[in-house]
Write a protein that binds this ligand. Sequence first.
Ligand code: 5GP
Length: 221
Amino acid sequence: MNNGPSPQKLSPGQIARRGILFVLSSPSGAGKTTLARRLLEVDKGIGMSISVTTRKPRPGEVDGLDYIFVDDRRFTEMREGGELLEWALVFGNQYGTPRAPVEGAVRAGRDVLFDIDWQGAQQLAEKMAGDLVRIFILPPSGSALEQRLRARNQDPPEVVARRMAAAAAEISHWGEYDYVVINADLDHSLASLQSVLAAERLRRDRQTGLTAFVREMQKSL
Ligand code: 5GP
């Protein structure tokens, strides 16, 4: 395993550590996708986990960037072949997280951002609890959520109605998360996410290079 630069040359920002699995969940329409995009823009130390899905692409969505779009047969093959770290059925479509990129990133000390639902967060908690930081994004109110879903105007009305009904179910899982951000203001919510990330990066148990760093320091004391 690569432990980074030699201890003699280490500065605090370079200490080897495991990457964080930074999970954002919310009912759709709470601003999670926008927040995720903004976080990726301002923090170059975190990369997005790109899910596979059997859902059809929406206008503007790019295969390999927004999702990896696959058919049912391929999804089943990936799931049964152990290629997915977690998976779930959401609104009648299958979604899953490819395992290899996530495990590689965590070992290399790169943080990974997930836009997944409560079912996915639960499965990651069973498999990689020590690396996981879960954030639940709440809308400021039920009516704000409905407004955002209607303004989006990308899905047929029956889908919007289904998503409103599903929002209550998703929100009922808020207590399973480590942090909760009420997204009344995007800039403020983004700052909250950055604060959590900054603090979590400093956790002693993630910083696998600390022992070598301190040992080296003690030689000169
Ligand atoms: P959408 O179809 O609107 O992009 O996503 C629908 C829901 O599926 C969202 O709540 C999103 O967080 C969730 N989702 C997307 N990718 C995954 C995944 O890989 N695993 C799980 N468990 N949920 C996902």
